[in-house]
Design a protein around this ligand. Structure first.
Ligand SMILES: Nc1ncnc2c1ncn2[C@@H]1O[C@H](COP(=O)(O)OP(=O)(O)OP(=O)(O)O)[C@@H](O)[C@H]1O
Ligand SMILES: [Mg+2]
Length: 317
């Protein structure tokens, strides 16, 4: 029977700029079960990267801190762990694939050295056979040559595959990939998604895939978490969300995606812009753009409601 792997509950994250705190994540909840692929979807600035990097305390380098909430994994609350304790989990048990290879690959080190360093950091033995098979697994055939090259000598697509190989070589329980298809050619998107799917099946590896593309989500995800204004506003299985979105924001996003995918003469667009953290108020974050809004939506941030096994943060549902 499937078991829950990680459970994030009501996580809040603030950044400190010039000693002033700005709350950026106001309520991030996600459950990932063993072997499951969960997508996080939302417009730019909705908080997808900050909330997912905070699972691994990676936002701390930019003065971000978790102010409340829990990250339950393996009978521990990761939210309370020290940097030293997190080092045994980050990259080893939970790996993160950055959107941009430059964030993960060191430009001055050959690929082989990057594998050696990673394994050394996790007290794992370097084996050239294991590294070559990880590279082959991500579709890099001439592994020996590639190990002797620097990232700048390789294409963006190859570097992205190397990043994925670096992430899976430790056989983590959970792989988090931030927009894994946004910087690659459309013709390669299916190949990269198939790669994630193969790894998921082969190792029963759970995954969180961040995307702003419903097609990507539909192709690879079992469930979806929709974010807006630093809050999760809806969660549910992928088909229920696509066929019957509950939150007015999700509904609008699907309409936009549908008009784009069907090459409509007049594209549907969602007017207005999402609030920045400096504009957050204690009201429904979608109020200013919502077509079914009422005065009561301004009284407080709506709670998550449970509707037929799905969750939605809307008073009108
Ligand atoms: N170091 C920081 N200090 C202050 N605010 C930050 C910092 N990093 C991110 N933010 C803010 O947090 C909010 C959420 O950012 P985040 O990067 O998580 O968005 P996102 O959903 O990943 O967007 P995108 O789709 O563009 O990647 C944004 O308003 C952003 O400006
Ligand atoms: Mg992001």
């Amino acid at each position: 029977m499937k078991k829950p792997l990680i459970k994030v509950k009501d996580l809040k994250v603030s950044f400190y700029n010039n000693n002033k705190a700005v709350e950026v994540i106001r309520g991030f909840d996600i459950d990932v079960w063993e072997g499951e692929i969960v997508g996080i979807l939302g417009e730019s600035g909705s908080g997808k990267t900050v909330s997912s990097t905070s699972i691994l305390h990676m936002m701390e380098k930019n003065e971000g801190i978790i102010t409340s909430g829990e990250i339950l994994y393996n009978k521990k609350d990761l939210a309370t762990l020290s940097e030293k304790q997190m080092n045994t989990i980050r990259g080893r048990k939970i790996a993160y694939v950055f959107q941009n290879p430059a964030q993960a690959l060191s430009p001055y080190k050959k690929i082989g050295r990057q594998f050696k360093n990673l394994l050394k950091n996790h007290n794992l033995k370097y084996s050239s056979a294991a590294v070559q098979s990880a590279l082959e697994e991500v579709g890099i055939k001439d592994a020996e040559t590639v190990l002797n090259m620097y990232p700048f000598q390789l294409s963006g697509g190859q570097n992205q595959r190397i990043m994925i190989a670096l992430s899976i070589i430790t056989k983590p329980d959970l792989l988090i990939a931030d927009e894994p298809t946004s910087s690659i050619d459309t013709s390669l998107i299916k190949k990269v998604l198939d790669l994630f799917r193969d790894i998921n099946k082969k190792y029963n590896m759970s995954m969180i895939i961040i995307t702003h593309d419903f097609n990507v989500a539909k192709y690879i995800c079992n469930r979806l978490v929709i974010m807006y204004g630093g809050l999760v506003v809806e969660t549910g299985d992928i088909n229920s969300i696509l066929n019957n979105p509950l939150h007015p924001y999700t509904e609008e996003l699907i309409k936009c995606a549908y008009s784009l995918d069907n090459y409509k003469d007049s594209l549907y667009s969602l007017e207005g812009a999402p609030p920045t953290p400096y504009e957050f108020k204690d009201e429904c974050p979608f109020y200013s753009r919502c077509k079914i809004r009422e005065d009561e939506c301004r009284q407080a941030i709506p709670y998550m409601k449970e509707i037929e096994g799905r969750q939605v943060r809307c008073l009108k549902r």
